[in-house]
Design a protein. Structure first.
Length: 155
């Protein structure tokens, strides 16, 4: 039966739930992505349609099933830059995102067509989670739980 399993890569994450509980552990993303080389990116995986996903808490021997709608923020180490060369410059905005009692600040990369380069356009995309980059970490924030987004002027 093991030949029917999809090969996966474990990724360390911290999950903050809407009820205030926080969990550290691992999620398992497919080892091969369909749109690019290498493993599926965590933001691609979390924005896939299934509502539940397996999560292995650091203090447990077996995984639990998590409901995406109850995930407020999933935080993980930012991937290292591509070694094949510099990525093209894409528009980005420094923002503060408020959701529930949390406020997260970081960079929102707007990798969209030029006529859709506003923060508003990025927020209105159909994906369930928004990616906010914060130095060495990325935060996946559930958009339904965002109450306010404020652009921070660059200095």
């Amino acid at each position: 039966m093991s030949e029917l399993r999809v090969p996966t890569v474990a990724m360390n994450t911290e999950i903050l739930c809407a009820d205030g509980r926080s969990f550290r552990g691992r999620v398992f993303v497919p080892a091969l992505a369909s749109r690019h080389s290498g493993p599926m990116r965590l933001e691609e995986w979390l924005n896939e349609p299934p509502q539940f996903f397996p999560f292995l808490p650091d203090d447990a021997d077996s995984p639990v099933l998590m409901n995406k709608r109850e995930v407020l923020v999933m935080t993980f180490a930012a991937p290292l830059p591509d070694e094949e060369g510099a990525e093209p410059e894409v528009p980005h905005r420094r923002v503060a995102v408020e959701c529930e009692a949390r406020r997260l600040e970081g960079v929102l990369v707007i990798d969209m067509p030029a006529h859709l380069s506003r923060v508003l356009d990025c927020l209105n995309r159909p994906q369930m989670f928004l990616t906010l980059q914060d130095e060495s970490r990325n935060h996946l924030i559930q958009k339904e739980r965002i109450t306010r987004v404020v652009e921070i002027p660059e200095v």
